[in-house]
Ligand binder design. Structure first.
Ligand SMILES: Nc1ncnc2c1ncn2[C@@H]1O[C@H](COP(=O)(O)OP(=O)(O)OP(=O)(O)O)[C@@H](O)[C@H]1O
Ligand SMILES: [Mg+2]
Length: 371
């Protein structure tokens, strides 16, 4: 098998909805086009419907409405074995008593490939995932990251056009997970296979993907590059789920071209208005911690320092304004105020903040931990 024999195909969800037999709609009608050869991530909190989308692409679940097209072909009525897809589950399982190479070649035996050809192909795939000299070992003799790469090689053995990965790194520790991000990206680029990668970890999605869909409660709220999603979130949920953010609730008081003034408990603030909110609309102003600074800005607050964490290259500050608003400020450790500070003027420029319609926001890690 040469790399050229693996070729990605596109995946098209057309008005696709999934309602489970108990009547629960896990995926609201969705239109989504995933390009051939793309590393595409679906990012969202637990229970939002990510695995359900993968199940419909792989053929384990039929959509209740709409269709799935792969490489332009309607997949209706075609089961998992008839589709050009392979799936790597949330909790991967290798066969513990089979050497690594047989694990990789497992799917080929059912397809009538002879032993010598299976051995040969397994070897090529093991080299692709940088395990060329590990084929004779048992899975238990490998590290967690190596086992994960065996699972990827096994999924690639059947030459899928689309590889579906359901949180494949979730069982690994943080260091290994970060290392595997780069490896997965490299394998995807070498093979040209379309990867659909499910995760609830924004760092994974941002570092690996060509594009990301951010999903909440059965709805894809935004599709875009990592930069687009981080800098120009389409909804309150996306703004608060991807990255840290400061938010101010209020009501639009005036609009001026691309900008809007918003009345908040911390006074009237000025920000970008990308969704064209109108006077009187309930809205939330969002600004990233690294866009906040010390001194005088168009939007500035008197605030009391409640916490200062030195992270080495960065310093994270937490403040409470005199109006009771919590603020997070991230600064590079280069002339940033030291630990002796108790109060400060902090603020941000209007161009680095935006107002979005009031809507559901993601719960932060701190809120979840406090439960
Ligand atoms: N077979 C089923 N019957 C009924 N409801 C289901 C079924 N499978 C999943 N659900 C529900 O559908 C919703 C979406 O589930 P899904 O497994 O797609 O979530 P997920 O985004 O993959 O979550 P996680 O990150 O926890 O894996 C959940 O509310 C879940 O309880
Ligand atoms: Mg899942």
């Amino acid at each position: 098998m040469s790399d050229a024999t693996m070729r990605g195909q596109d995946v098209h969800l057309q008005a696709m909805q999934v309602t489970y037999p108990n009547g629960f709609t896990a995926v609201q009608p969705t239109d989504l086009h995933i390009r051939a050869g793309e590393f595409f991530s679906i990012l969202g909190p637990s229970g939002c419907g990510k695995t359900t989308i993968l199940r419909t692409v792989s053929g384990f679940v039929e959509p209740s409405h709409g269709q799935v097209l792969i490489g332009g072909a309607d997949m209706r009525g075609i089961g998992p074995n008839g589709r050009p897809t392979a799936l790597i589950f949330q909790n991967l399982a290798l066969f513990p008593l089979m050497p690594v190479w047989e694990n990789v070649a497992f799917g080929l035996e059912a397809r009538g490939v002879g032993k010598a050809a299976r051995r040969q192909k397994a070897q090529e795939l093991l080299e692709l995932v940088a395990l060329g000299d590990q084929g004779e070992k048992l899975p238990s003799e490998l590290s967690g990251g190596q086992r994960q790469r065996v699972a990827i090689a096994r999924a690639l053995a059947v030459e899928p056009a689309v590889l579906l990965l359901d949180e494949p790194l979730s069982a690994l520790d943080l260091k290994l997970r970060q290392h595997m991000r780069a490896e997965l990206r490299e394998i995807q680029q070498k093979t040209g296979v379309t990867f659909i990668y499910i995760t609830h970890d924004q760092g994974e999605a941002l570092t690996m993907s060509d594009r990301i869909a951010v999903m909440n409660a059965g709805v894809i709220e935004q599709v875009g590059s990592g930069d687009e999603i981080y800098s120009d979130p389409a909804s309150a949920f996306v703004a608060s789920f991807v990255g840290e953010v400061n938010n101010f609730a209020g009501r639009i008081a005036a609009t001026e071209g691309e900008m809007a003034r918003i009345d908040t408990a911390s006074g009237q603030l000025l920000a970008r208005n990308p969704r064209g909110l109108a006077v009187g609309d309930q809205a939330i102003l969002f600004v990233r911690p690294e866009q906040m600074g010390f001194g005088e800005f168009r939007n500035t607050f008197d605030a009391r320092l409640t916490r200062r964490d030195l992270e080495g290259a960065f310093i994270n500050y937490e403040f409470v304004t005199d109006a009771g608003q919590h603020l997070v400020v991230h600064q590079t450790n280069h002339g940033a105020p030291g630990g002796e500070m108790t109060r400060a003027r902090v603020g941000f420029d209007p161009g680095s903040a935006l107002v979005l319609p009031e809507g559901p926001m993601a719960r932060t890690g701190r809120e979840l931990a406090a439960q």
